[in-house]
Write a protein that binds this ligand. Structure first.
Ligand code: OXT
Ligand code: ADP
Ligand code: MG
Length: 574
């Protein structure tokens, strides 16, 4: 800590300053964990936070700290806090802030910034940048604090903006000169704000409830889509009650898996194509009709105009975004489902001709996949490897699965069942690579549960240096790298020069040695048997572990299940 400032505060017990007001404002609102990378002007802030009993986790790169904060926001419903230095550190954290906003997760990015007078006159300050202006279009709200007495209000506004309505990212700009501003301790304390009811319930109108029930009752082949908004809402019992009383088949978007156990008899995940195409009514609960649902259009969705839509979302602007919504239910999921279940009355479940057809299709897909999951092939393919991980997750349902990659993501999503809510963290709405280590660290820190991060070798590379962070904090994280030596595959060649093809990596890279370098356990697994043994040991020991699972470089396909999104060139050059 800068010596003079520290001495001044010791001598003057009735004074406080910007540093301490930031800390007190966060603590007052129950924000006790911060994900950060230290440096000018926030190094001392991190130290003081630690001294004041906050948990401050230092990362190797702000993007990973930011991704940890975003995941923490999703898991806890409170804004995850990321703290960075100015310009480059701020920019590194910004991708995560935008990712949190895109995912509708609450997060606050706090960045130190350079002196306003110099920045605004563009006089070339240390790490000069107009951070507020740059952050504003990428998040839900952005605020700058110039006076210590405004810190309490600014933190309160940031919290409320992050969690109320549709959750998202908020930027808080704290210029270096703010931290040293001194004020009387009593006045400082009085300036703090404990936010009352930060995410107020939003009740749907009774008319909207009746309309939704009418549409649902008149459907012959209804289906429900649960999205990550439904798992974020943390009203798990209510979701279960509504789905079960309705008797309607449902699918879960990737991070809603486990909201009800994936083994639930109404779960139609393994009959996804059938329910999307043949249903006559779709009820969306905390899921957007975006690219992940092909915008609710196209041949995947059957005959155009043949379906009715019911949509529960807290954001009214989401209604009619891609398809006309017959029954918009604007409100928070808990209030909407409470009102719906209260009025369901003597509910007529859908006809067995529909639910049996869905069950039969799901059973046949599961049956078709089952033998692939049993193989013990060397080199491993995705199914052989994932079959073993599936067993572990079935037996240990509290384990959190972090998952990124292309094939590694897509196969793991359909193979590994989730039995409990919020146990799966993945690439989210943007399909971002590099969220893995930040998410894994936040999951371990926020829940204390064991974490298994199933990572494509490319995906891991975006945040791989955080294995040091995992070791430093001795977190119960097992990173499993599906190492097929490349992006999608490890087999591409470049016939035009000595450079390797754009999608391949050093073959069979020894990623396990990275974990060993920092004192963790590194294992190479060549067979499904090896893989299962190593992951079981890692979970049992709780030691930071990296299992380098060598996958057949030919096993993947271009872009996994979304290869159709790649544009095609019609021009053939010689
Ligand atoms: O019904 P049908 O018959 O159709 O069958 C479906 C289900 O019914 C059935 N199913 C089952 N069958 C049996 N049993 C069970 N239990 C079961 N469950 C389901 O299976 C099928 C499929 O079901 P699913 O998965 O539910 O349905 P589907 O159709 O796939 O769902 C559609 C989607 C769109 C919802 C789904 O596909 C989805 O969620 N996709 C997300 C895709 C995504 O986000 N991908 C990541 C981005 S890809 C690309 O952009 C990459 N990059 C570029 C890049 C990125 N992203 N970011 C940054 C910062 N920079 C660059 C890079 C670099 S990926 C990538 C790296 C890749 O290389 P890696 O080494 O990391 O990974 P590998 O590929 O492994 O090498
Ligand atoms: P997925 O990718 O799983 O389909 P999305 O991120 O597309 O999910 O959708 C989540 C939706 O949930 C967003 O439109 C968001 O506004 C909404 N949402 C988030 N929290 C709540 C809540 N408590 N009540 C109602 N809607 C919510
Ligand atoms: Mg790969």
């Amino acid at each position: 800590m800068a010596g003079e400032a520290a001495e001044a505060i010791d001598m003057e017990q009735d004074l406080t300053d910007g540093f301490h007001l930031v800390i007190d404002a966060l603590k007052l609102n129950g924000l006790n964990t911060v994900y950060n990378v230290p440096g000018i002007p926030i190094t001392d802030l991190g130290r003081m936070m630690q001294a004041e009993g906050m948990r401050v986790l230092s990362f190797r790169h702000e993007q990973n700290a930011g991704n940890a904060a975003a995941s923490a926001g999703y898991l806890t419903g409170k804004p995850g806090v990321c703290l960075t230095v100015s310009a480059p550190g701020f920019l590194n954290g910004l991708t995560a802030l935008a990712h949190a906003t895109t995912n509708c997760w609450p997060m606050i990015l706090i960045s130190g910034s350079s002196e306003r007078e110099i920045v605004d006159l563009q006089q070339g300050d240390y790490e000069e940048m107009d951070q507020l202006a740059i952050a504003r279009p990428l998040c839900k709200a952005a605020y700058r604090v110039l006076h210590a007495e405004d810190i309490g209000i600014a933190v309160a506004r940031a919290i409320r903006a992050a969690v109320s309505g549709r959750p998202g990212g908020v930027y808080l700009d704290l210029p270096a000169s703010l931290f040293g501003q001194v004020m009387e301790a009593a006045k400082g304390e009085a300036s703090l704000v404990k936010v009352v009811d930060p995410a107020p319930a939003q009740f749907p109108s009774p008319k909207a409830i009746d309309r939704a029930l009418d549409v649902l009752k008149s459907a012959k082949k209804p289906m429900i889509i649960l999205g990550k908004g439904a798992s974020y809402a943390q009203c798990d019992d209510l979701v279960k009650e509504f789905v079960e009383r309705s008797g309607i088949p449902y699918i879960a978007m990737s991070m809603a898996k486990g909201l009800l156990p994936d083994t639930h008899p109404q779960y139609a995940g393994a009959a996804r194509s059938l329910v999307l195409k043949d249903s006559d009514c779709v009820m969306l609960v905390g899921a957007r009709l975006n690219w992940l649902l092909s915008h609710g259009k196209g041949k995947q969705w059957g005959e155009a105009g043949a379906k009715k839509f019911i949509h529960i979302d807290i954001d009214p602007k989401e209604m009619d975004s891609n398809q006309p919504i017959d029954a918009p239910l604007v409100g928070d999921i808990e209030s909407c489902l409470t009102a719906l279940t209260e009025k369901m009355g003597d509910w007529q479940k859908p006809d067995a001709s529909w639910t049996d057809a869905v069950k039969a299709k799901a059973a046949s897909n599961v049956e078709r996949m089952a033998p692939k999951l049993q193989n013990n092939n060397v080199p491993m393919d995705y199914h052989g490897a994932l079959g073993r991980l599936k067993r572990i997750f079935d037996e240990q349902p509290d384990t959190i699965l972090v998952n990124e990659g292309a094939n590694t993501l897509d196969f793991a999503r359909s193979v590994i069942d989730m039995a409990k809510p919020r146990k799966r963290l993945d690439v989210g709405t943007w399909g971002v690579m590099g969220v893995g280590m930040g998410s894994a660290i936040a999951a371990a820190v926020e829940t204390g549960c064991p974490v298994v991060a199933v990572e494509g070798d490319s995906a891991f590379g975006f945040s791989g240096m955080e294995v040091e962070t995992i070791c430093r904090y001795n977190l119960p994280i097992c990173v499993v790298i599906f190492n097929n030596s490349g992006i999608y595959r490890g087999t591409d060649t470049n016939d035009t020069s000595a450079d390797p093809a754009t999608t391949v990596f050093v073959p069979e890279a020894k990623y396990d040695m990275m974990m060993e370098a920092f004192g963790g356990v590194g294992v190479t697994a060549r067979s499904p048997d090896d893989l299962e043994r190593a992951v079981r040991e890692a979970i049992a020991s709780g030691k930071p572990t990296l299992v380098n699972a060598i996958i057949d470089p030919q096993a993947g396909t271009e872009s996994g299940r979304i290869g159709n999104l790649n544009p095609q060139s019609v021009v053939k050059k010689k």
